[in-house]
Design a protein around this ligand. Structure first.
Ligand SMILES: Cc1cc2nc3c(=O)[nH]c(=O)nc-3n(C[C@H](O)[C@H](O)[C@H](O)COP(=O)(O)OP(=O)(O)OC[C@H]3O[C@@H](n4cnc5c(N)ncnc54)[C@H](O)[C@@H]3O)c2cc1C
Length: 464
């Protein structure tokens, strides 16, 4: 059988690219190296039999705001589960700061910073999906130019500067830092404030949900959609050389380092790809617990996501250490308690990671658990089983997680649109019909599928 398009890799970007091509009537072959589909959306029984853990992405706000997934009618194909509280940020010796779905309620909880929250994060949330679409399509004409310009004025700032300029309370500043640290950048770097604002605003727009039953449910639904459109899916097939593929369109859900190994590339382009920069890695942990985490502040139990790391100053220090190539002794920890939203995962599972230097072999379990104990004394006694993945384990699980980098390359100002090269169409490569579509292309990391969407639409225009 001949195909109009071959897609290599079944992460959210590969799947969205394949579906977009198949929906346009192309005969699509999808090849995946792993035994299962979904890339970093896969779930597995990592600790005890019957317990479902998300190995990679778990809180899928970006999927809900993504124009690509919205076009697929995502919420009608998978059930999302919303926790009572989107995000909790525990603090020493005072109540936790909380981000609710409702911006007004969140603002009220911030006392002196109520007006500032409404005017910054609240305004971004009110600008809504047209603003998000503008930010997720940075090389297209903006859908919301005025809102984007307003957002850009504040969002261009480092999170440390923006946090101190906008907010006066420890809580307001800590919330922004916890959000901004998802960027895996030094919080003194430009645009980290923007990452924080966008993520916080997304909690007000669509909540911070999980997929009921695990992220794999979303991956499976996408695979099912592709098959119904006539796509052929093959797992356990790693593409090592592009000459294996015989199709006029080739979509690569891989990062530049893998692409460099798959094909002879013109020297100039090859050198530009070699200059692409990967970011720090993560150390991932999953637990099976015999009950909920015993948080000192019981409000934290209502949250799906918990940001651990204390004040803005402390989180900024932790992230600066990692960016400088060192391990933070008190790391910023991103923790998710799925049972707060989704009772179908077989019990009390817990998910967390902290940032580490790229390629680090370090075991950060003790440091991560110390941060949890700090805000939930007695936590360790609840642990029935634990599972850890260092940066090499992550890369074995998914070769796109180069050195443990979960975003397919650093999302710094320099690489926000220069991804992986400067170009009005960076998805296109110099090889005829070959496109990159992974998180290493705009708009970067996150389970939104937008790299795949942009790449596939470009390919359809160029191969009518
Ligand atoms: C631990 C962790 C936590 C995360 N948390 C979140 C979160 O909560 N929310 C969120 O929005 N995002 C999160 N992310 C980020 C998000 O998962 C990624 O940005 C997203 O999955 C990138 O999608 P992708 O399609 O570009 O690549 P991937 O999902 O990495 O998929 C790439 C696929 O390509 C396959 N592949 C690679 N090379 C080949 C080859 N040569 N031949 C065949 N197949 C190949 C791989 O096996 C893999 O299946 C997290 C990621 C990780 C790892």
């Amino acid at each position: 059988m001949t195909y109009d398009a071959a897609v290599v890799g079944s992460g959210p970007n590969g799947l969205v690219a394949a579906i977009t091509l198949a929906a346009a009537g192309r005969r699509v072959l999808l090849l995946e190296a792993a035994d299962g589909f979904g890339g970093a959306l896969r779930s597995a029984e990592l600790t005890l039999p019957g317990l479902v853990h998300d190995v990679g992405a778990t809180v899928l706000a970006m999927a809900l705001v993504s124009p690509a997934f919205r076009a697929l009618g995502l919420t009608t194909i998978v059930p999302f589960a919303q926790p009572d509280v989107a995000v909790a940020h525990p603090l020493d010796d005072r109540p936790a700061a909380l981000v609710h779905r409702d911006a007004g309620r969140t603002a009220e909880g911030l006392g002196r910073d109520a007006a500032a929250w409404r005017a910054s994060i609240g305004a971004a949330a009110r600008a809504g999906l047209p603003l998000v679409e503008t930010l997720l399509s940075p090389l297209s004409p903006p859908r919301a130019p005025v809102a984007a310009a307003r957002f850009g004025l504040l969002g261009a700032l480092p999170a440390t500067v923006l946090g101190r300029a906008l907010f006066r309370t420890v809580e307001g500043r800590a919330l922004l830092a916890g959000m901004a640290a998802h960027s895996v950048l030094d919080l003194r770097a430009p645009i980290t404030g923007g990452y924080g604002m966008l993520l916080a605003a997304s909690a007000h727009m669509v909540g911070w949900p999980l997929v009921r039953g695990g992220s794999q449910v979303l991956a499976d639904a996408l695979v099912e959609r592709l098959r119904r459109l006539g796509g052929i899916t093959v797992s356990g097939h790693r593409v090592r050389d592009l000459r294996e593929l015989d199709a006029p369109i080739v979509m690569l859900d891989v990062t530049p380092r893998q692409f460099l190994r798959m094909a002879e590339l013109p020297t100039g382009y090859r050198d530009r790809l070699r200059r692409f920069r990967y970011g720090p890695g993560v150390f991932k942990m999953d637990w099976a617990l015999d009950g909920p985490v015993p948080w000192s502040d019981p409000e934290v139990a209502r949250a799906g996501t918990v940001h651990l790391g204390g004040t803005l100053e402390e989180i900024a220090l932790s992230e600066a250490e990692v960016s400088a190539g060192r391990h933070s002794p008190r790391p910023y920890v991103l923790l998710v308690q799925p049972y707060a939203a989704d009772p179908t995962r077989g019990g009390h599972t817990l998910w967390a990671y902290c940032h580490v230097p790229r390629g680090s072999p370090a075991d950060m379990s003790a440091a991560i658990e110390a941060q949890i104990e700090r805000f939930a004394p007695g936590f360790r006694e609840r642990v029935l089983a634990r599972h850890t993945m260092n940066t090499a384990d992550l890369e074995r699980f998914d070769p796109n997680l180069v050195g443990g980098d979960i975003n397919g390359g650093t999302g710094s100002l320099g690489q926000f649109v220069k991804r992986p090269v400067w170009s009005p169409a960076p998805w296109r490569t110099p090889l005829p019909g070959v496109y990159l579509c992974s998180a290493s292309t705009p708009p970067g990391g996150g389970a939104h599928g937008m790299g795949g969407y942009h790449a596939a639409r470009l390919a359809l225009r160029e191969h009518p």
